[in-house]
Write a protein that binds this ligand. Structure first.
Ligand code: SF4
Length: 247
């Protein structure tokens, strides 16, 4: 029986896509964003204190517990992480079963993986939340990623007909300037992206670093207020995007 390594399953989630959702947080990430709110998901090592190995069947059983809430709210299932595509076969299997049960599935990815991993999942997902961290290769180097790879994969997902929302964590001192926003609009210009969500920095993951015995570089940085997004929202709007402040 196929297995999947997760950190958590969150029921009645309302920030991870439309309606009421069940979010499956898959363990393991190939990036290392220093502001990460889910540091327990980064290492795929299951001997750490966070994480458990489950069967696909047990995950599907949990998902099915809330099926009436998805139907009533227009919700569904979100596959998040970490980077869910590091376990693309498991994602594809869960998404396929959900599809057969009429449950919409959203993939929440940072997209720095070989495209063949996307190809396993794309036939079964209804929507994609695609992270953009920076508009420069220098910015991506700081999180261990690659801008061009991100953009190429994003373009291919959109070309495959999957409705895609770009999600940008706005991080003080990293990508919160007007110049950074302009760079990001430029790299998105060649892709048929309509909607962009800006996610203001918060410190809700801080206690997880303490629990893991890790230093949190952003522990003294203030949480950003939605009002601070005003200038950045204007840049994206001027460039033709539907942009909102997301959670
Ligand atoms: S891509 Fe997401 S899960 Fe991975 S390190 Fe960055 S913020 Fe954390």
């Amino acid at each position: 029986m196929k297995e999947i390594t997760i950190t958590n399953i969150q029921h009645f989630s309302i920030g991870d896509g439309p309606g009421i959702r069940t979010t499956v947080f898959l363990k393991g990430c190939n990036l290392h964003c220093p502001w990460c709110h889910n540091p327990e998901t980064i290492s795929p090592d299951v001997t750490e204190q966070y994480g458990r190995i489950c069967t696909i069947e047990s995950i599907v059983d949990e998902i099915m517990e809330d099926v009436e809430f998805y139907q009533e709210s227009g919700g569904g299932v979100t596959l998040s992480g970490g980077e869910p595509l590091l376990q693309a076969d498991a994602c594809a299997e869960i998404a396929q079963i959900c599809g057969e049960e009429g449950i919409p599935v959203l993939l929440d990815t940072a997209g720095n993986v070989e495209f063949y991993l996307f190809e396993k999942v794309l036939p079964y997902i209804d929507e994609c939340y695609f992270d953009l961290k920076s508009g420069t290769e220098t910015g991506y180097a700081q999180v261990g990623g690659d801008l061009q790879w991100t953009i190429d994969n994003m373009g291919a997902v959109v070309a495959a007909g999957v409705p895609t929302v770009v999600r940008i964590p706005i991080i003080p001192g990293f990508n919160d300037s007007v110049g950074s926003a302009e760079q990001m609009t430029r790299v998105l210009a060649g892709i048929e992206i309509k909607r962009v969500d800006l996610l203001p920095f918060h410190r809700l993951g801080s206690s997880k670093y303490t629990a893991l015995g890790k230093n949190y570089q952003y522990k003294d940085i203030a949480t950003m207020r939605p009002e601070q997004m005003k200038d950045l929202l204007a840049i994206f709007r001027e460039n033709g995007f539907e942009v909102a402040v997301g959670g």
